[in-house]
Structure formats: structure tokens, C-alpha cells
Ligand binder design. Sequence first.
Ligand code: ZN
Length: 277
Amino acid sequence: MAENDNTEWDEAQCKEALGRLERLQEQLDCLRPCIPHILDLLRNPQPSPQHLVNEYKETAIGSSRKLTAFKAAWESQETRKIMGQAQQSFRNDMDLTAGYQVPHYGWANAMEHTIATEIKNESNENQNSESDESEVDVSVVVKDFRNKYPHIKIITESENSVLKIRVPFDLSALRFTISRNINLDEDKALKVQCGGSGSFSAAVTRCIASRPSPNHLPRLLDMIAAFHNSGYNPCARCKKIIDDNGLKPAARRSRSPKPLGADDLSSWESWHEGCLN
Ligand SMILES: [Zn+2]
């Protein structure tokens, strides 16, 4: 996979490449527990044969999606360019000792922070554009959502100022209520509550409240849809399903950049609340 344009990369390009490689490594790490998860299902007693079939099917499909996304990212043009550049750079200078001083982790978060800042700046420049919450046509957004996620129920109330969404999760469902108030400043225009009194629901509400792009309704709906049957996804950061508080990952954050070939749901990652910082 040698592919490069024979030019030296600047520091920003090198940092972005490290970020992409770190995300690639994480995708690979997420594939490791796939077979153990399936074996656990077969080894441990399940409440009913139907439950076993459903769990087995979902775990197998989820694993297959992760593998497809990883292959797409591995074979993507971006990865080819990075590999080509690395080979070229190694041919030019085979002394790699300076690289031992460079940290192995943290590049992906830095890359995403840079991208998020760029997106925020762009959105500030286009405050009167269609992404402005006050300009959003909720009926169109809801219709698009229903087409995109036919298994997730969404209804609107009070002249589109309240949206209620029911997302299948584990053996039950998560219920979300979005209240729109376009008279408030844009960071507070869309308020989200995850129903239920448990500590997991409260953590989900907090994680959604700290989302990037807080006034972008389609993006918010995609984030909520990303909870769909994702209860057994390990955390993208610590790779565990349960954290020290006994909670599953309560946050959903988009992979950035979205892996080539990834569908709408598999382009999101699960994060524990405590792993976001
Ligand atoms: Zn974690």
C-alpha cells in the first residue's frame, strides 16, 4: 500500500496521521473481544432459547459490522497515504530514535479536537445558515429520521416543540424526550432527558448534555439513534463494558473521521462518562 506524493509532511499532517492510526488501532482492539463474547453467550445459561438466538444474532451482526468498518478504514485512501508516506520517510532517513520520544496515545483526541474547533468556527461563520436551530424544519428532520432508522420510534408533540424517541437497548428500551426552545440561546435550545430514575439514565442525560454541536437537531437524533442495541459495546477508550461505577458506556460520540464503508450506526463509538475527559 505505498501511495504518496513525494512531498515532506508538515507537523499538522503528521499529527493527523498519528490520530488516524490511533483510531485504527482502537478499531482493531475492539475486534479482539468479539469471539469471546459469542463464546460467553454459548457457555452461560440464558433466560430462554429465543433470548439466546436474539443475542447470538445481534452479537454476530455487530461483530461483522465492526470487521467491515475496520477493513474499510484499513484499505482507505487516507491509510494508504499514511503508509506510503511512512515508507518514503523511512527510506529518506532510517534513524527512528527520535520517534521513541513521541507519545503513543492522545493523538486521536487532539485530532478530533482540532476538527471540532474547525467545525465550530465554520458554524459560527454561518450562523444564519440552515444549521441554525430556529430555521430547522422539524417535520422534515423527523421524516428523514424515520426513513433512516425504521426500528426506532419517534413522535412529536406540542406543535413539534417536544420530540419523544424510544430506542431498543439491551432487553428493554431507552426513552428520550427532546424539548425545543428556540427563544433560548443556542447552547440551550435543545434540552434532552433520558427517562428513568436509574443512575445509567442520569449518566446518559449528562453525556448528551455535554455533546458537541448542541443546537444541531439532526446530529442530536443520530447520537440518540446510536444507542440502538449498543448495550454490549465496550468503551472506545478503556475497552471495558462496565466501568468502576458498574455502569455501561453512557455516551455516544461519532468516530472522526467516519470510517469509509461504515453505516450510520457503526460510525458511532460508546464511551463511559468518566472516560470522556
Ligand atoms: Zn471507558
